[in-house]
Design a protein around this ligand. Structure first.
Ligand code: ADP
Ligand SMILES: O=C(O)[C@@H](O)C(=O)COP(=O)(O)O
Length: 413
């Protein structure tokens, strides 16, 4: 393995694996740190963690363990993937994890770049935009776990780390890889927020990062890296052929983002849907057995079960039950449901939401996943090579309004 990647959630990790695959690398997605060695013939390994919102010390420890494993597999360059909307709190976990990985690797200049132009995320003058809106004006200000209320990534990151925070502005980035390399090069220890508004900028940053051991960012930051390995003649692997599954799909949505709520509305208009409220989960009425019964009785090709709710409803539930308590209970229910669906003999599951997807993949105990065709920007189909289970792990913010229907189409192809 050449490139070792650590993702702080599962949707984000599949997004990164998708980018690397499209750029010609042979990729495997691992759920957590594997026990043994990876198979041969892989260019890039992505270790998916569920570390975005756990306590800082745990996120650091898990990320360091992932780094040790990736180094043992022979990787020479490492990428820490976080969300293109920089999902984090004033405490972390982006700054502390990036600092710990850099210290382990002896890296002193750490690129910080969440830009992902294909989904409208750009970094300009150190500020993160979602489409034409500042991050803090976007729906991310209402995120249930990581509300993003400051668009200045330099200022937000500075709260999370005692490292200096530097900035390379668009004017330098537009001058190309040599200019970026020079700007990155000399200075003292720092996290360096790098502007990027176009794929061409990310490719130039990737070129400039050829000799850096640690790079951090959204999946866009990976765009330029495969060419460095290609030029060095070290790429070797090929991807397994994609094989979909037959039968009915279960759609699970725990994301409360604006985009997911549009997708839920579209799916409700075309098929059966069951809303799981926080009250029903906390009160014990919404159980996996009961919901599986509903999904089976619906006899529909793709029944949807969702807890996705608007910010006022989420806020009320969090005030009543506690933010983490209600989040964990809903995640656990979706995990149990996915297991019940699989155990009932079905082979297709679509999940919306990073934490939700992490809970589902962990409950299903899927150790590694092959990456299949892209369903929407940043969302590939994935497949467990052992069981043949086919999934789509959708980031809350990604996908077309009719994403669920499209996902079923790709997973059954
Ligand atoms: N109705 C609800 N009330 C409170 N919390 C909820 C509700 N529905 C989902 N959640 C929680 O909100 C979080 C959404 O995060 P996630 O799944 O990562 O979605 P996204 O990808 O949009 O960030 C999860 O922890 C989920 O359990
Ligand atoms: O970079 C992104 O936006 C995604 O890859 C990502 O990290 C998804 O996280 P969620 O929005 O929490 O699903």
């Amino acid at each position: 393995m050449l490139l070792g990647c650590i993702g702080d959630d599962f949707t984000g990790s599949s997004d990164l694996a998708n980018t690397l695959r499209k750029e010609g690398m042979g990729v495997r997605l691992f759920s957590g740190v594997p026990d043994g060695p990876a198979a041969d013939g892989i260019d890039a390994g992505v270790v998916a963690l569920k570390s975005r919102t756990i306590p800082v010390a745990e996120a650091v420890a898990q990320s360091r363990a992932a780094l040790r494993w990736l180094r043992d597999q022979g990787c020479t360059q490492f990428l820490f993937k976080y969300c293109s909307t920089f999902d984090s709190t004033p405490e972390g976990n982006i700054g502390p994890v990036a600092a710990a990985l850099a210290e382990d690797l002896g890296e002193t200049r750490v690129i910080i770049c969440p830009a992902f132009p294909a989904t409208g995320r750009s970094v300009y003058q150190g500020h993160l935009f979602v489409g034409d809106m500042l991050l803090s004006d976007s729906g991310m200000r209402h995120h249930p776990l990581t509300p993003m209320t400051d668009s200045d990534i330099r200022r937000w990151l500075a709260q999370q780390t005692d490292w200096a925070v530097d900035h390379i502005g668009a004017a330098t980035v537009f001058d190309g890889a040599d200019a970026i390399r020079a700007a990155l090069g000399g200075g003292s220890r720092a996290m360096v927020v790098v502007d990027a508004i176009r794929d061409a900028d990310l490719r130039a940053i990737g070129r400039a990062a050829r000799d850096r051991t640690l790079i951090t960012g959204g999946s866009g930051i990976a765009l330029g890296l495969p060419d460095n390995f290609r030029d060095a003649g070290t790429l070797s692997a090929t991807e397994p052929d994609w094989q979909g599954a037959k039968g009915r799909a279960l759609l699970l949505s725990g994301s409360c983002s604006e985009q997911t709520r549009r997708q839920v509305a579209a799916a409700k208009a075309s098929g059966p849907a069951y809303e799981v409220t926080a009250e029903a989960v906390m009160g014990g009425e919404a159980t996996a057995a009961r919901l599986l019964g509903w999904a089976e009785d619906s006899n529909a090709p793709a029944p949807l079960i969702y807890s996705s709710a608007d910010p006022a409803v989420v806020k009320a539930a969090q005030e009543k039950f506690g933010r983490d308590t209600v989040a964990s209970a809903i995640e656990a229910l979706f995990g149990d449901l996915a297991v019940a669906w699989r155990d009932a003999g079905h082979r297709i599951i679509v999940t919306a939401g990073g934490e939700t997807s992490g809970a589902v993949v962990e409950a299903l105990k899927l150790d590694r996943l092959d990456i299949g065709p892209e369903i929407a920007a940043g969302v590939p189909a994935v497949r467990d090579p052992d069981s043949g289970l086919c999934l789509a792990l959708k980031s809350g913010n990604f996908g077309q309004d009719d994403f669920f229907a499209r996902a079923v189409g790709v997973l059954t192809a």
